[in-house]
Design a protein around this ligand. Structure first.
Ligand code: TMP
Length: 209
C-alpha cells in the first residue's frame, strides 16, 4: 500500500497552517487516514533541533542553519513520513524541501546546486505528490504577522520585507518549473474560498493516483 505525500508552502503569514488544519478535517470527515506534520519539528529530535537553532536568540551561521534544516528533514523522512506512507496514509507536511530552496537559496543566497545535493541526501529522493503554494503579497503577510505579534517566535520572523520578496519569487519559480507537482493558490482571499480550492486540488490528485 502506498499513501500520498502533500506539502504546504508559503511565506510566513500566508495562512497555510490554518488551511492545513481545515483540509485535514475535511479529508478525515470523508474517512481518509491523514497524518499532519511539519518542518522543522515533525519528530521529537526535530523539535529539539527547532528550539536549538530556530527559536533562539543565538547568532546562527547560515551554513549551520542549512544543514540543521536538512538534519531535521532526514529524521522526519526516515522516522515519520516514509513509515506513514508505507501504511497507506495521506501525509500532509507544513513545509518540506522547497522551503530550503526558497529560504536558504533565494533568501540566504546559497547556490542552488548545493541545496539540491543537500536535499537529495536528506530526503533520499522522496518528493511530494502535490505541493500547494499559498501565495500572498509579502507586505500583506508582514502586516498580518505584525497584527499577530505573538507569531514572532523564531529568527525567520525578524527578516525584512525584501527577504520575503525573494523567498516568494523563488517559490513562484519552482511552481513554474514543476507545474505538474505545484499548485499556486491565491491566499489573499477569504478563508472559506481558499479552503474550497485547496480541497478541490487535493481531491483531484487523490482521485488520479
Ligand atoms: P514555522 O514552522 O513557524 O513556519 O517556522 C519555520 C520557519 O523556518 C519559517 O520561517 C520558514 C523557515 N524554514 C527555512 O528557512 N527552511 C526550511 O527548510 C524550512 C522547512 C523552514
Amino acid at each position: 500500500m502506498k499513501g500520498s505525500f502533500i506539502t504546504f508552502e508559503g511565506i510566513d503569514g500566508s495562512g497555510k497552517t490554518t488551511q492545513l488544519e481545515r483540509l485535514a478535517e475535511s479529508l478525515r470527515h470523508s474517512g481518509r487516514d491523514v497524518l499532519i506534520t511539519c518542518e522543522p519539528g515533525g519528530t521529537p529530535l526535530g523539535r529539539e533541533l527547532r528550539k536549538a537553532f530556530l527559536e533562539t536568540k543565538q547568532d546562527v551561521e547560515p551554513l549551520a542553519e542549512l544543514l540543521l534544516f536538512a538534519a531535521d528533514r532526514a529524521q522526519h523522512v526516515q522516522h515519520l513520513i516514509r513509515p506513514a506512507l508505507a501504511e497507506g496514509k495521506i501525509v500532509i507536511s507544513d513545509r518540506y524541501a522547497d522551503a530550503t530552496t526558497a529560504y536558504q537559496g533565494a533568501g540566504r543566497g546559497f547556490d542552488l546546486k548545493l541545496i539540491e545535493n543537500v536535499t537529495a541526501i536528506a530526503t533520499g529522493g522522496l518528493k511530494p505528490d502535490l505541493t500547494l503554494f499559498f501565495d500572498i503579497e509579502p507586505q500583506a503577510a508582514v502586516d498580518r504577522m505584525e497584527f499577530r505579534a505573538a507569531h514572532k517566535k523564531n529568527r525567520m520572523d525578524l527578516e525584512p520585507l525584501e527577504f520575503y520578496e525573494r523567498v516568494r519569487d523563488a517559490y513562484l519559480r519552482i511552481a513554474a518549473a514543476e507545474p505538474e507537482r505545484f499548485r499556486v493558490i491565491d491566499a489573499g482571499r477569504g478563508i472559506d474560498e481558499i479552503a474550497a480550492e485547496t480541497l478541490e486540488a487535493v481531491t483531484e490528485m487523490l482521485d488520479r493516483v
